[in-house]
Design a protein around this ligand. Structure first.
Ligand code: SF4
Length: 136
């Protein structure tokens, strides 16, 4: 199906349907995510279960505490994208789940209390040891 790029709603619906059909809940995206350190409620979660919660959020459900925490913590590092064996694009999956959850009230519209800590984690992924030492 070809979706016009100026039709955000149609694009979002099409991507949601694609992701729901493609994701096997293997949990690889969760396993490699560097932002779990900033989502205490998601730490130690079962990968399949937490992805199931994200897919619920994606469909307008309430998810569970762990999936909401992980979705909120996503800083779009993109580490999950090549880890996904089904080319789902988990980074976008979490983004769309967050949009829907914020619209429905499952996740607060904006919560940036730990934003700087997550940005530092993101930045660390892009730096050499020397650059990291200088930056801190
Ligand atoms: S998005 Fe990809 S990596 Fe994550 S659970 Fe689904 S299939 Fe696995």
């Amino acid at each position: 199906m070809v979706v016009p790029h100026d039709n955000w709603t149609a694009l979002r619906e099409a991507e949601t349907a694609r992701m729901l059909a493609a994701c096997t809940r293997c949990g690889e995206c969760f396993r490699v995510c560097p932002m779990i350190a900033h989502a205490p409620a998601a730490q130690g979660a079962d990968g399949s279960a937490i992805v199931g919660g994200v897919l619920d959020l994606l469909q307008g459900g309430a998810g569970d505490e762990a999936s909401r925490a992980w979705t909120s913590a996503c800083t779009r590092s993109g580490v999950c994208v090549p880890a996904c064996p089904k080319a789902v694009n988990p980074m976008m999956m979490l983004r769309l789940a967050k949009f829907r959850a914020q619209e429905g009230g499952a996740i607060p519209p904006r919560d940036s209390r730990d934003a700087m800590a997550r940005v530092k984690t993101f930045a660390r992924l892009t730096m050499t040891e020397e650059e990291w030492e200088r930056w801190q």
